[in-house]
Write a protein that binds this ligand. Structure first.
Ligand code: IMP
Ligand code: MG
Length: 177
């Protein structure tokens, strides 16, 4: 399908940068000097996580998991496939789970439960964007950058058909008939 990006970004680089700094401050205040494993979801979280992590002077331990959900187009089936969990030793660890966006909530709620099941002692979550109105399963992020309307967005890690993740800003996408 043909599509078009908005003529101006929804979130500019400056707006994102300043919010990421605030989030980093909140996360630092929450954890203090505690030992925390950061777990990012590939691919969407890669830029957000990179910028957020570089706000911290201490040596952060981080890992990535790949999460894919099915049935998104018609109706979300709630099935999430998670890759990489078996390689992590999570027993007794405090985890900060990071993703680009909370939409139906299925991915974050599934992955949080899986991390706890694998032995994590605590799981907090951090997302850049939250489409609150789209939630299908109850999930609240512990730390969130921006609440946005029900719009499809790209850039800063987010894709449309695997493209546009590289854009430094967040843009909205309109599909053209
Ligand atoms: P959820 O499981 O429905 O909360 O979906 C979360 C996942 O859907 C995110 O990790 C994104 O990969 C994807 N997603 C949801 N909304 C958007 C969007 O507006 N742009 C790009 N990806 C999105
Ligand atoms: Mg994603």
């Amino acid at each position: 399908m043909t599509h078009q990006l908005s003529s101006t970004p929804l979130l500019s680089r400056q707006v994102i940068r300043s919010r990421v700094k605030t989030l980093a401050r909140q996360i630092r205040q929450h954890y203090g000097e505690e030992d925390v494993l950061w777990v990012g979801l590939m691919n969407g979280a890669f830029i957000f996580l990179a910028d957020l992590a570089r706000q911290f002077p201490q040596p952060i331990e981080l890992a990535f998991l790949r999460a894919a959900s099915y049935g998104k187009k018609a109706r979300s089936s709630g099935q999430v496939e998670l890759d990489g969990l078996e390689k992590l030793d999570l027993v007794g660890r405090k985890v900060l789970l990071i993703d680009d966006i909370l939409d139906t909530g299925r991915t974050m709620s599934y992955v949080s439960a899986a991390l706890l099941e694998a032995g994590a002692s605590d799981v907090q979550s951090c997302v850049l964007l939250d489409k609150e109105a789209r939630r299908e399963v109850p999930f609240q992020a512990s730390f969130k950058g921006f609440v946005i309307e029900d719009l499809f967005v790209v850039g800063y890690g987010l894709d449309y058909a695997e493209k546009y993740r590289n854009l430094p800003e967040v843009w909205t996408v309109k599909e053209l008939a």
